[in-house]
Ligand binder design. Structure first.
Ligand code: ADP
Ligand code: MG
Length: 688
C-alpha cells in the first residue's frame, strides 16, 4: 500500500529548507497536506481594471508600460518619493511610491508593470502599495484574488503564497480524491484537487466559493461520520437492557392525568420507549422549552421502567427542584404503586443510611435526588433508567458515573434540557446522542407579555406591581449580582430588597441569593410558593425549574447583562398558571446586539426561535459557554452559514454508518483511511 504523498513533510517542497520548515511547524504545518489545509482568511482582488472603470479613492490594480525615467525626491527625515509616468490604457498617469528609493534603478522606460494602490482620479495618479514587473516572471498577482493567511511576523504574505503555489504545483497531481465519484457528481462538487487549488488561488469569486463548498462538505461529513461511528461503537460496547414494554399497560396512568398529552409529548414518548425496548442502552436527549411538559414525559417513562421490573433515578441540579419533582412524581405515580424516595444533601446521616438501604434492597422504585445520587456508596438493586434534568449542569464525567451504577448491563439514560438547542448545534454538539424534541406547548398557554423599558421608569413598574399584588398575584424581581461592585454599576439585590420593603410596607418582600444557606433558601422558596411572600427579590438562582403558578410578574433589572437564553429561562418562571403573566425588562443597552436581544424577547416567547436568534447574535462557540460547548472549531465550516450543508452531511453520514453494506463498499475505503487519520473521538471512546 502506497503512502499518501501529501503526508510528506514540507521539507520535500522545493524552496523549503530546514529553517522554513521549522517556521511552518510553529504554525502547525508539518506535512504538505497540513499546508493545503492552511486556508486563507480573506482574499484581495487584484483583478486588473481599466482606467475608465475605476473610481476615485479606490484601491485598484492596473497594468501599463513605463513611459518616462523615474524621479526621486528626497524628503526630510530620510524619507523619499519615487515617481514615474506610466501609460495605462492610452492614458498617461503618474505612479508614486513612498520610501522605495531602490526602485529608481528598476523603473526603466518601456518595462511592463502591474500597479496596485489608491487611485486619484483628479490628478491621474496612483499611490502604489504593491507593484510587480511583468517582464521578469509569471505574475503571482495579476488578475487574481490573492489569499491572505494568518502568519507570524517573520513571514510575509507574498512569501507564504509562493510556498503555497510551489507546493500546489509540485504536489497537485498527487492529490488523491477520497470521495466516490458518484457523490461528486451528485452534488456537483469540485474534485479535491480543484478545491485545494481554488481555495488558495481562486480564479474569481465563484471559483473560490465552489472550492469552499466542497471543503466545507468534507469537513462536516468527516465530523458527522466520526460522530456516527462513535455512537455506533457505544451502542455495541454498552450492553443495554432489552425489555418488553407494553404500551397498553401505560394507558391507565395516562388516563389519570388532568390533561390530554400533546402530539409532541406522544411522539417523544414513543421514541423513548422504543429505545428502552431495544438491546442497546438508550442515550437520548430530550429537549423542550420551559413549560412544554417534560416532567410528565419523565414520569411516564419511569413508570414504564418500573413495570419492567427496574428501578429508576431522576437526577436534578438543586434541592428545591428535587423536592418539586418528588411532589409531581408522587402525584402521578404513587396511585400506581410506585415507591418514590428522595436523596439530597439535606438528609441526616441516619435518614440517608436508611434510604440507601431501601434503595439497595429494591424497596424504593424511583429515587429523586441531586449530586448525592452519584456518590460511591449509593447502590441500586436493579437500576434500569436514569433521567437527568437540565443536563448541561452536569459534567460529562458525572453523567458517565451515573451510567455505571447499573450492574452488568448499562441503564438507559435520558437527558432532559429546557435550553432549546438549535438543530445545527444539537446535531454537532450532541450528535452522538439521539435527540427527541417537544416543539409545542400545552393548549391554552397564554403568551407572556413582555416589555422593555428604561430603568428610570421603575416607579411606574412599581405601580403595576402593586396592581398585580392587589389582585392576589406575586412577583419576582431579578438582579444580576449579589453585591455591589464599584467596577460594574450593577443594582444589587440587597439594595433593591431594602428599597422595596420601604415602598411596600404592607407586603412581605423576600430576598434570595446564592450565598444563603440551602436551608434558608428553601424556607424562602416555600414562603413564596405559599404566598406568604408576595415579592421575591432574587439573583438568578431561581432560574432553574421552580414552579410558582401564582407568580405573574417578573421584573428583570439590568436585563442587558443577561444572555438571551438566560432571559428566556428566567421569564419561564412566570406564565405557569392560568392568569395572564408579564415580564418587564429594565434595560438601557448601549450596543446594537444588546438592543437586538431586548427586541427578540419582546417579539417571541418561543424558546427555539430565541435560541436560533441567540446563536446568530453570539456565534456557536459562545452558545453554551466556551469550555463545555462540545462544538468543534471547524477550519472552514460555519454552523450558521452552512447549515444546509450540515443537514446534507448529517444525512449522508447516517446513511453510510447505518448501512453496513454501503460503508463496506470499496469506493469508501479511501475516505475511511482519511477519517482514521483524523482520529476524532478515539480518546473519548476509551474514557466513557
Ligand atoms: P417543563 O418541565 O418542560 O418545563 P412541566 O413538565 O413542568 O414543563 O409542565 C409545565 C406545566 O404544564 C405543568 O403544570 C404540567 O402539569 C402542565 N402540562 C404538561 N403537559 C400538559 C399537557 N399536555 N396539557 C396541559 N398541561 C400540561
Ligand atoms: Mg422541568
Amino acid at each position: 500500500m502506497s503512502i499518501d504523498p501529501l503526508q510528506q513533510e514540507v521539507v520535500g517542497v522545493k524552496g523549503i529548507g530546514k529553517q522554513k520548515a521549522d517556521d511552518l511547524l510553529g504554525m502547525g504545518i508539518r506535512t504538505v497536506k497540513d499546508l493545503f489545509q492552511y486556508f486563507p482568511y480573506r482574499y484581495e482582488d487584484y483583478g486588473v481594471k481599466k482606467i475608465t472603470e475605476v473610481s476615485h479613492g479606490d484601491k485598484v490594480t492596473i497594468e501599463g508600460k513605463i513611459y518616462s525615467d523615474p524621479l526621486l525626491k528626497r524628503l526630510p527625515n530620510k524619507k523619499n518619493i519615487v515617481s514615474v509616468r506610466v501609460v495605462v490604457d492610452q492614458f498617461v498617469i503618474t505612479a508614486t511610491w513612498f520610501n522605495r528609493a531602490f526602485l529608481k534603478n528598476q523603473l526603466k522606460a518601456g518595462r511592463p508593470i502591474l500597479l496596485t494602490g489608491k487611485w486619484d482620479k483628479y490628478r491621474l495618479q496612483i499611490t502604489v502599495s504593491e507593484s510587480e514587473f511583468l517582464d521578469r516572471a509569471v505574475s503571482t498577482k495579476k488578475g487574481n484574488l490573492l489569499p491572505f493567511y494568518t502568519i507570524p511576523t517573520n513571514m510575509n504574505q507574498q512569501g507564504f503564497r509562493k510556498i503555497m503555489m510551489q507546493s500546489l504545483q509540485q504536489f497537485g497531481l498527487a492529490i488523491e480524491e477520497y470521495l466516490p465519484q458518484d457523490i461528486i457528481d451528485q452534488y456537483k462538487l469540485y474534485t479535491l484537487r480543484e478545491a485545494y487549488q481554488a481555495i488558495h488561488f481562486p480564479k474569481n469569486t465563484q471559483d473560490g466559493k465552489l472550492a469552499r463548498r466542497r471543503l466545507v462538505y468534507d469537513e462536516l461529513l468527516f465530523y458527522q461520520i466520526s460522530l456516527q461511528l462513535f455512537k455506533k461503537m457505544n451502542r455495541e460496547n454498552w450492553e443495554g437492557i432489552e425489555r418488553n414494554i407494553d404500551l397498553q399497560q401505560l394507558i391507565p396512568l395516562i388516563k389519570t392525568l388532568p390533561f390530554e398529552l400533546t402530539q409532541s409529548q406522544k411522539r417523544v414518548l414513543k421514541e423513548i420507549l422504543h429505545d428502552m425496548s431495544q438491546s442497546y442502552a438508550m442515550n437520548r436527549l430530550l429537549q423542550g422549552d420551559v413549560g412544554s411538559g417534560k416532567t410528565v414525559v419523565a414520569a411516564i417513562t419511569l413508570y414504564a421502567n418500573f413495570l419492567t421490573g427496574y428501578q429508576g433515578a431522576l437526577m436534578v441540579p438543586t434541592e428545591i427542584l428535587a423536592e418539586q419533582h418528588l411532589d409531581s412524581l408522587k402525584e402521578i405515580l404513587t396511585p400506581f404503586g410506585v415507591e418514590i424516595g428522595l436523596l439530597t444533601g439535606k438528609l441526616t446521616e441516619k435518614q440517608r443510611h436508611q434510604m440507601l438501604g431501601q434503595l439497595q434492597m429494591g424497596m424504593i422504585d424511583v429515587i429523586v435526588g441531586t449530586h448525592a445520587l452519584i456518590q460511591e456508596d449509593v447502590q441500586f438493586h436493579k437500576l434500569g433508567l436514569v433521567i437527568t434534568d437540565e443536563q448541561h449542569r452536569f459534567g460529562v464525567e458525572q453523567r458517565a458515573l451515573l451510567r455505571k451504577k447499573g450492574d452488568e448491563k448499562t441503564p438507559d439514560v435520558l437527558y432532559m434540557t429546557a435550553t432549546p438547542i438549535p438543530r445545527t448545534l444539537a446535531i454537532t454538539a450532541f450528535g452522538d446522542m439521539d435527540v427527541s424534541t417537544i416543539d409545542e406547548y400545552p393548549a391554552g398557554r397564554k403568551k407572556i407579555e413582555t416589555y422593555w423599558v428604561k430603568p428610570d421608569t421603575f416607579p411606574r413598574v412599581l405601580d403595576f406591581m402593586e396592581k398585580q399584588i392587589n389582585q392576589g398575584r406575586q412577583a419576582y424581581v431579578i438582579c444580576p449580582l449579589i453585591e455591589e461592585s464599584d467596577k460594574l454599576d450593577v443594582q444589587n439585590a440587597i439594595d433593591i430588597h431594602a428599597a422595596l420593603i420601604q415602598h411596600f410596607p404592607q407586603y412581605q418582600i423576600g430576598l434570595m441569593h446564592g450565598r444563603l444557606h440551602p436551608k434558608e433558601k428553601d424556607e424562602i422558596m416555600l414562603g413564596f410558593s405559599m404566598n406568604q411572600i408576595q415579592v421575591l427579590v432574587s439573583t438568578t438562582v431561581v432560574e432553574v425549574g421552580v414552579n410558582v403558578p401564582n407568580a405573574t410578574l417578573m421584573v428583570i433589572y439590568d436585563a442587558e447583562r443577561f444572555g438571551l437564553a438566560q432571559l428566556h429561562q428566567l421569564r419561564g418562571r412566570v406564565g405557569r398558571g392560568s392568569e395572564q403573566s408579564y415580564c418587564i425588562l429594565l434595560a438601557d443597552p448601549k450596543s446594537e446586539t444588546g438592543k437586538e436581544r431586548m427586541k427578540v424577547m419582546i417579539e417571541t416567547n418561543d424558546g427555539f426561535e430565541i435560541a436560533r436568534r441567540d446563536l446568530e447574535l453570539r456565534g456557536p462557540g459562545d452558545f453554551f459557554g466556551v469550555k463545555q460547548s462540545g462544538v468543534p472549531n471547524f477550519k472552514l465550516a460555519d454552523l450558521i452559514e452552512d447549515y444546509r450543508t450540515l443537514e446534507v452531511a448529517r444525512k449522508d453520514a447516517e446513511q453510510l454508518i447505518q448501512n453496513e453494506d454501503l460503508w463496506k463498499q470499496e469506493k469508501w475505503s479511501r475516505l475511511k483511511k482519511e477519517i482514521e487519520l483524523l482520529g476524532l473521538f478515539q480518546k473519548k471512546t476509551v474514557d466513557s
